[in-house]
Design a protein around this ligand. Structure first.
Ligand code: BGC
Length: 518
């Protein structure tokens, strides 16, 4: 490892959070807008009566037939409707694997551009859709866009940010996801009022706006020094590093980046490398973090908040308005994470957020069980009851928004060494998308089958994930990204998987021999 000042366990490179780097991160983070806008828009649109009448008449019929006196848990249960919501996530999953090659070979910026453009075309198709298939193809294009953006943006942010501020800079991605969701909720609320019932076209077509912001943003950005070095553009990389760090001498960091890149070049097949024992901790977290993030149950509220509020007996407008309130809480609580994630660290927020979500899940389950019982017939809903439910949901959402939401993107993007970074990030995005798909696809069926026990299901997962983080995740705050390998060597459990220096040299030689043979 090239020389450097050691601070505690790791090096301290010069460079503060300059205006230049902050703006760069802000622009790149706009990639989250397209993801967020989509999450927020689909739930609202699928609760708009004219949209249902036009594309999902069966659901509409069922919804209107089920009177307030019968089982409310099952009124939105339709496979085609959930297919509309979830087709996007399957496309995103596949796209993120392709994106891993593009991100590595052509740079983070190109992946971001491809993401923005594909998303834009999908939004257009959805806005002008005249049948279900146009809607679904549009959503597949949106999914491809999201796959590319989510693969490249978190990496971009973690690579560009000065290490002491990496948490805050990376959480800007989550912030823009939540802004996207909030704007989409507001847009749905406004457009649902349009007489004539074509407001849903504006809601879906409106996705063009965040896409254009992201495309223009990506065009103005330069690639990360790490990616430039990886592609042999050393001079450009050094100039870029000097600019974003805002200091006269970046030799130490630059040399370490070059060394990390040299190491990474010895590895020809990052995908196969993921199977190596020494990457076990990173691969473990690339899988469990996104898996757990989805099993917090957050997306039940993000996708289906208006539907859920309607199920609970709120009117059309009250449902959309409540979704707007929860969206605002989500954004504000993410700002807390930006301000404090580098101060208290990742572990603190994971554990705190887990406990908060767990307690609120008990309250929400209790409230639903109390009123709806097992047959889903709530009778008259009093005001205090509605306020209690919305309040509990808001506190739950705040818990997610300063823990698993941002950390679900931040932690994976900072723990992967350069040689497996693109591939491992694809694993992260794919697992996230599979389980987002899973939740989107089966939530309404599960609500119908499990009734209020559904929330108990998520509660059990929240307990489990909190324990896993407590036992297995070392703290990653304040450690330069290319120095991260050291944290596993000191961890009580992971140290057995990570080779000491001699074994590491032998491992490099073996890899080289294997590759020479081929
Ligand atoms: C998650 C999304 C979720 C969003 C809510 C993101 O981090 O990946 O699935 O909808 O947070 O804010």
């Amino acid at each position: 490892m090239a020389g450097g000042v050691i601070s505690g366990n790791s090096k301290a490179y010069p460079g503060e959070l300059t205006c230049k780097v902050f703006i760069t991160c802000l622009v790149a983070a706009c990639g989250g807008l397209i993801f967020g806008y989509d999450i927020g828009i689909s739930g609202g649109v699928t609760s708009m009566t004219p949209f249902l009448k036009e594309f999902f008449p069966d659901v509409y019929k069922k919804e209107s037939e089920i009177k307030a006196s019968s089982n409310q848990y099952c009124k939105f249960n339709s496979a085609t409707l959930t297919m509309f919501t979830s087709s996007l996530y399957l496309a995103a999953l596949l796209a993120s694997c392709v994106a891993s090659f593009v991100t590595k070979a052509c740079g983070r910026k190109i992946s971001m551009l491809v993401g923005g453009i594909t998303f834009c075309v999908g939004a257009l198709l959805n806005g002008i859709a005249v049948n279900v298939w146009m809607l679904i193809v549009g959503r597949i294009l949106l999914g491809i866009g999201i796959g590319f953006a989510n693969q490249s943006v978190p990496l971009y942010l973690s690579e560009v940010a000065p290490y002491k501020w990496r948490g805050a800079c990376n959480v800007l991605f989550q912030l823009s996801i939540t802004v996207g969701i909030l704007v989409a909720n507001a847009v749905n609320y406004g457009f649902a009022q349009i007489k004539g019932g074509w407001g849903w076209r504006l809601s879906l077509g409106g996705a063009i706006v965040p896409a254009i912001i992201f495309i223009i943003g990506s065009l103005t950005l330069a690639d990360t020094p790490n990616s430039l070095i990886q592609r042999g553009k050393l001079q450009e990389a050094k100039e870029r590093l000097l600019k974003i760090r805002g200091v006269d001498n970046v030799d130490e960091e630059f040399n370490d980046l070059v060394e990390a890149s040299e190491q990474s070049k010895k590895i020809k097949s990052p995908w196969l490398n993921l199977l190596k024992r020494k990457y076990r901790p990173q691969v473990f977290f690339a899988i469990v973090i996104p898996f757990f993030q989805q099993l917090t149950g957050m997306n039940v509220f993000m996708f289906y908040a208006p539907v859920l509020f309607k199920t609970m007996g709120f009117g059309d407008n009250a449902s959309l308005l409540s979704a707007l309130i929860t969206g605002a809480v989500n954004t504000l609580a993410t700002i807390v994470s930006i301000l404090l994630v580098d101060k208290f660290g990742r572990r603190f927020w994971f554990l705190q957020g887990g406990i908060q979500m767990f307690v609120m899940q008990i309250v929400i389950t209790g409230a639903i069980a109390f009123k709806f019982g097992f047959n889903g017939n709530p009778g008259e809903l009093e005001k205090w009851y509605s306020i209690l439910v919305v309040l509990a949901i808001c506190i739950y959402i705040a818990g997610f928004a300063w823990s698993w939401g941002p950390l679900g993107w931040l932690v994976p993007s900072e723990i992967f060494p350069l040689e497996i970074r693109s591939a491992a990030q694809s694993v992260n995005v794919s697992v996230n998308m599979i389980f987002t798909f899973f939740i989107a696809q089966i939530f309404l069926q599960m609500l119908c089958a499990l009734r209020f026990f559904l929330f108990v299901f998520f509660m059990i997962w929240v307990v489990l994930m909190t324990i896993v983080i407590y036992l297995y995740l070392p703290e990653t705050k304040g450690i330069p990204i290319e120095e991260m390998a050291g944290i596993w060597k000191e961890h009580w459990y992971w140290k057995r998987f990570v080779p000491v220096a001699d074994e590491e040299m032998a491992d490099v030689k073996d890899t080289k021999k294997d590759e020479d043979k081929n």
